[in-house]
Design a protein around this ligand. Structure first.
Ligand code: PGA
Ligand code: ZN
Length: 394
């Protein structure tokens, strides 16, 4: 049973404070940290500043957790909801909740002496997801760079996790080389993607060229995806790009054209977070081999996913545990998605720590992709953990 719980403030990758939890049980312990978003969805669970939320949790939450059986995750998470009482973690903070909930699962796994992905996924969790990584980016993660937030790649032809991870890294390097060759200098965005001041169309061209070079060298095919994060572009009536504003109809036609022209296999948040109908129109127009994924649309919330199922809004669901606040809620979101024929993509946030829990969750839950960047300490922590996990699947 749970003997002690510690919360502390640690640094995240943007230099902001975030919460880390330790759960100590008889014979083991678990540690997890909360990430944070920059382009957060309106319907996400609510984050509270650590300096207020931690003292509150010591007074109100932790006394009720000590003594629980950490193996009963459902009860642990139900108690978090009961103490909170708001449904959206406004009371205790979703950052506190997610750190506690994940740390508890890790403590239980540790006491039994097995890996988290095995504890949660059992013997049939025997495949690692492919890494989906951000190679060029802009938007809220690098203002002034591209208008679309993330240009993503996924090594569809890789035959091992190690090969998959290194293929993405090769494309990332090749993109830098091509940018430099064109006299374009740039830094990186919050998730480690290059942040050049180029158009979205030029970004797609450069990535296509980089992939051709890498595929020629390695034989590994690589697909291209986008996270449009279009709630950030939506002004209430139109999608406001720098030099053009698009109606919903224009936006759907624009995205469908990009999918067709560049053979995209993944598009996240092509329309804003309220537009279940627009998502549905787009999903019906594009080929089956391109996933349409809802992030701000669904916010890992089973009720919103259910609405998307009824309207056929998407073919994939982005899963961010801190959008909903507990592991049990996260599992329910994944399980509903899979039952209704949708793929799931386990995802980092733009503000991250070196916590590697999502690599385990993506494997345990059978997600198609793990979206966690390509380079940068807080991103490679997860990719390297995925390589370690995959060693068990020979
Ligand atoms: P965020 O962005 O973590 O800043 O919300 C990531 C995403 O939109 O997928
Ligand atoms: Zn997104």
């Amino acid at each position: 049973s749970i003997e002690a719980v510690t919360l502390r403030t640690i640094l995240d990758s943007r230099g902001n404070p975030t919460v880390e939890a330790d759960v100590i049980v008889n014979g083991g312990y678990g540690r997890a940290a909360a990430p944070s978003g920059a382009s957060t969805g309106r319907y996400e669970a609510v984050v509270r500043p650590p300096q207020e939320a931690i003292p509150y949790a010591y007074n109100t939450v932790i006394p009720q957790l000590v003594g629980l059986d950490s193996r009963d995750q459902v009860t642990f998470d139900r108690i978090l909801h009961e103490i909170d009482g708001t449904g959206t973690f406004e009371g205790i903070g979703a950052n506190i909740a997610v750190a506690l909930s994940l740390a508890n699962a890790k403590a239980a796994a540790s006491a039994i002496g097995i890996e988290l992905y095995t504890y949660l996924g059992g013997v049939y969790a025997d495949e690692a997801p492919l890494p989906l990584g951000n190679v060029i980016g802009g938007g809220a993660h690098a203002p002034g760079a591209t208008e679309i937030q993330e240009f993503l790649i996924v090594p569809t032809g890789a035959s091992s996790t190690e090969e998959a991870v290194f293929t993405n890294a090769l494309v990332h390097k090749e993109v830098k080389k091509l940018l430099t060759g064109r006299g374009i200098t740039c830094g990186k965005g919050d998730e480690g993607g290059w942040a050049p001041q180029i158009s979205d169309i030029d970004a797609l061209g450069i990535i296509g060229e980089a992939i051709d070079t890498v595929t020629d060298e390695t034989g590994v095919t690589v697909g291209i995806g986008l996270d449009v994060a279009s709630s950030e572009l939506w002004d209430g009536e139109r999608y406001a790009y720098r030099d053009i504003s698009r109606t919903t109809e224009d936006q759907i036609a624009y995205i469908a054209d990009l999918v067709d022209t560049y053979g995209l296999i993944y598009v996240e948040d092509p329309l804003h977070e309220e537009d279940f109908e627009g998502f549905s129109t787009l999903t019906s127009q594009i080929p089956d081999n391109c996933l349409i994924c809802g992030d701000d649309l669904f916010v890992t919330n089973p009720e919103r996913i259910q609405r998307g199922v009824e309207l056929s809004s998407a073919t994939a669901v982005l899963i961010k545990p801190n959008q909903i606040g507990t592991l049990t809620d996260t599992f329910e979101a994944v399980s509903l998605s899979h039952r209704t024929g949708m793929e799931t993509v386990m995802s980092h946030r733009s503000g991250e720590t070196t916590d590697t829990t999502i690599a385990h969750l993506a494997t345990a839950f059978g997600c198609i992709y793990l979206k966690c960047g390509i380079v940068g300490g807080e991103r490679i922590a997860k990719l390297n953990e995925l390589i370690r996990i995959s060693e068990n699947f020979a």
